[in-house]
Each structure stands twice: as structure tokens, then as C-alpha cells.
Write a protein that binds this ligand. Structure first.
Ligand code: FDA
Length: 314
């Protein structure tokens, strides 16, 4: 009943809270996580972007600002993206799709309220306009289960004026195969990820192998469709399946791309770029980066193994 459900979710939240404080209090964690982040400022993010572009990699930049709890914080996020675009243009870092913006809809408005959703739409339209005028694409990040529906509605609205706006879809969710089917038919730029957020008992695959199988099914749908698949994974099995599917579906280097995080499997990143495929690196920066990453790590055990693995494999 409702009482049991509330108790279960508050226990889960308490557990996440404990994991979060253990991570925050562990010495050296901040230094370890810092290698995956481009720093706090616009300048540091664009410095990292320039270095990556010099080795043939494309970049998507994401500003990790706070969730929008007021009009003022939403405005501040819009202003940061405008500053970022203006600075990127003046440094000559745009052109030939080498730079893209990733945005977190929750940083522009509360997605659980109608007024927040309208604010997010208006603000994202401002960011998309700025990006469009500079020749940059925009992709919406996807967060927890409850944000999926509002994010897809935002995508639909934004695409009326800016048809190249893309979205991340999470293979961990049961609904994603159907979402891929719809968006592939509409020709959307879709970033396929396994999913970094808390699983939802109403709609997620639990076992890692089931998420992997879902990822492959979704990949096939996207590669067979008319859209632009963005294969965001560090999993070598998934990248080779993507390469084989692209070949069999007749998709060339202009028709899809690979994406990875800054600092993860850098040799594989340059190998993909060197063989002529488009390799885009996700560069996150901003004052709230540490609490954002700690929340992600605390929320899902696989996120912990993810960071440990990258330390061991360097
Ligand atoms: P997974 O963690 O399942 O690992 C599988 C295999 O990959 C490993 O066995 C190993 O061989 C290799 N591998 C993985 N990590 C490695 C490492 N660190 N070092 C070396 N080898 C490694 N999530 C989300 O919910 N919403 C979003 O909007 C986004 N956006 C996003 C953008 C981009 C560009 C990326 C790369 C990822 C995201 N994600 C995301 C995160 C995504 O959902 C997922 O949590 C991580 O990518 C981890 O899953 P993987 O598919 O990389 O492999």
C-alpha cells in the first residue's frame, strides 16, 4: 500500500544519503573525480575542448549548474551557455559540427510542475536560438525516470523550431525501445546510453545483461532508422556491434557518431577518430560538478565500478 511504498522509498533515499556522505568524506575522492571534469569555468571547459579537437575529436560541452529552483538560477544557466557559445565562436572552436552543447532540462525549470516546464521550454528555446545562430547543435541529457516524459515533450516542442535538437535515451528503461522506434522514424539525433540514474521498479531492467541486450536492440532500431545515432558508451562490445550495424545499414562516418566521457578510454577515443569515424567527447564543467558526480556515483552501484575500472585501466 501507499504506506509501504513511502517507507521503502525513504529507506532507499536514506541509503543513498549515507553512500553520498561516505564518498564525500573519503580522502582523495575529489582529486580522482576531477580528472573526468574540465574544471569550474567556461575557460577551462573550452581549453579542454580545444585540446581534444587538436587530436581530431569532436566535443559536447555540458554546464553542470544547479537545478533551477528559481527564475534567477534558470537565467544564470542560460547566461552561462550564451557566454560559452560567444567565447567558443571568438576562439574559432565552432564549425563542421566539432562543438555541440549538452543541456540538463532540470537546470532550466522544475520538470515536475507545469510552470517549471513552461519556463524550461522558454529558456531552452533561448539557448537553442543562440546555439543555432552560431551553427551549434544541442542535445538534451536524460536524468531520472520521472524526467523522461517531460524531457521528450520538451524535445518535441523545441524541434518545431530547431529540428536538429537531440536527446539522450537510456537502454536501462523498458520504454526506451519504443521511444527509439518513434524517434528513429522522425529522424532525430538520439544519444543512446545505458543509463546512469537510479533504477525505477516501474520501468527498468534490473540485470546488467538485460540492459546490454536492450542497448543492442535499441542500437539496431536507430541504425536502421533515418535519424542520427550517437553511440555513447565505453563498452568495447557495444562499440563493435555499433560499427557492424552501421556497415550493414549503410551508415557512413557522416551518418552517426561515437561518444565517450572526458578521460575515459582516451586511446580508444583517438583510435576511433584516426580511422575516420566521428568521435565526440563529453566535457562537463561548472561549480556544481562535484556534488553532481557524487550523487550519480551514490545512486547506482554500477557507477562506482565505472570510475574504479577507469582508474585501473589507464
Ligand atoms: P559499462 O559501465 O556498462 O561498462 C561495460 C564495459 O565497458 C566494461 O566491461 C569495460 O570493458 C568498458 N568500460 C566501461 N567503463 C570503462 C572505463 N571507465 N574505463 C575502461 N573501460 C571501461 N547517462 C544518462 O542516464 N543520461 C545521459 O544523458 C547520459 N549522457 C551520457 C553522455 C555520454 C557521452 C556518455 C559516454 C555517457 C552518458 N551517460 C548518460 C552515462 C551512461 O548512461 C553510462 O552510465 C556510462 O556510459 C557507463 O556505461 P558504459 O556503456 O560506458 O559501460
Amino acid at each position: 500500500d501507499l504506506g509501504d511504498a513511502l517507507r521503502a522509498s525513504s529507506l532507499r533515499l536514506a541509503r543513498i544519503g549515507r553512500v553520498q556522505s561516505v564518498i564525500e568524506e573519503s580522502p582523495g575522492t575529489r582529486d580522482i573525480l576531477a580528472r573526468y571534469i574540465a574544471g569550474d569555468t567556461t575557460q577551462s571547459a573550452l581549453g579542454a575542448a580545444r585540446d581534444l579537437m587538436e587530436t581530431g575529436r569532436a566535443v559536447t560541452v555540458s554546464y553542470l549548474g544547479p537545478d533551477a529552483d528559481s527564475r534567477a538560477s534558470s537565467d544564470a544557466t542560460v547566461e552561462e551557455y550564451r557566454r560559452l557559445v560567444a567565447e567558443a565562436v571568438s576562439r574559432g572552436l565552432v564549425g563542421d559540427h566539432c562543438l555541440e552543447l549538452s543541456v540538463r532540462p532540470a537546470a532550466f525549470g522544475r520538470l515536475d510542475q507545469a510552470t517549471g516546464r513552461s519556463l524550461a521550454l522558454a529558456q531552452l528555446q533561448r539557448v537553442c536560438r543562440t546555439a543555432h545562430n552560431a551553427g551549434l547543435d544541442v542535445t538534451l541529457d536524460m536524468e531520472g525516470f520521472e524526467t523522461v516524459e517531460p524531457t521528450l515533450r520538451l524535445l518535441e516542442e523545441l524541434r518545431q523550431d530547431f529540428p536538429r535538437v537531440g536527446v539522450a535515451l537510456q537502454a536501462a528503461l523498458l520504454r526506451t525501445e519504443q521511444d527509439c522506434r518513434e524517434l528513429a522514424a522522425e529522424g532525430v539525433r538520439v544519444r543512446l546510453v545505458k543509463g546512469a540514474h537510479k533504477l525505477d521498479e516501474r520501468g527498468s531492467f534490473d540485470a546488467v545483461e538485460d540492459v546490454d541486450r536492450s542497448y543492442v536492440r535499441c542500437l539496431r532500431i536507430l541504425m536502421e532508422g533515418v535519424g542520427y545515432p550517437m553511440v555513447a558508451t565505453h563498452d568495447p562490445r557495444m562499440t563493435s556491434i555499433a560499427a557492424a550495424l552501421a556497415r550493414s545499414c549503410g551508415k557512413g562516418p557522416e551518418d552517426f557518431e561515437y561518444q565517450m566521457y572526458l578521460g575515459i578510454r582516451p586511446l580508444e577515443q583517438t583510435a576511433i577518430a584516426d580511422r575516420g569515424d566521428r568521435m565526440r567527447v563529453y566535457v562537463a564543467y561548472g561549480p556544481a560538478w562535484y556534488s553532481y558526480l557524487v550523487r550519480r556515483v551514490a545512486e547506482r552501484p554500477t557507477n562506482v565500478t565505472f570510475f574504479v575500472r577507469s582508474l585501473l585501466s589507464r
